[in-house]
Design a protein around this ligand. Sequence first.
Ligand SMILES: [Fe+2]
Length: 195
Amino acid sequence: MALITIFDEGKTLTDEETVTACLKSYGVDYQRWIPAHPLAIDASAEEILRAYSREIQTLKALGGYVTVDIIDVSPETPGLEEMLAKFNREHWHDEDEVRFIISGHGVFHIHAENQSVIGIEVEAGDLIRVPRGTRHWFNLCADRQIRAIRLFQYVSGWTPHYSHSGVDHNFLPVCFGVSQLPYKSSAATDFKSND
Ligand SMILES: [Fe+2]
């Protein structure tokens, strides 16, 4: 179950109904896919995609997604820090960012238009859709591991536009369950519309 932190209100949300409604107010769609399909801990990307093929087809039909892949990172991943450095700066995409978490943990910070930053800590079973144009960034949690299904609306795949706002420097890159404490929060001042 995702954990939501609303930094400027000092609130953490853990109830599914409350989490879903809160994220909706920030433009983010959230679902729990339960029951998740059983998978071996070392399941290959092909096995994961095969297990979730029905759900993937449903999402593709609903959101116009044309490609799907598996992102699979762990402390042993070569070049992990360089890879994470692409994700952990505030950016947006010209397409939705859709992720279904298979294993591991991570935290998305969402900086929606005219709203303060919230954090979404995700775990296995969480499906989120960050709409195109929404500023956000991503960090791993202490386990430094995540496997997730990614869906894309363009065959070019993951293409970020960096804001270079520095807002991401104001939030510790750790997860709510441990010690996610903001230095300060900041409202959006420059936003690319997702319409
Ligand atoms: Fe992104």
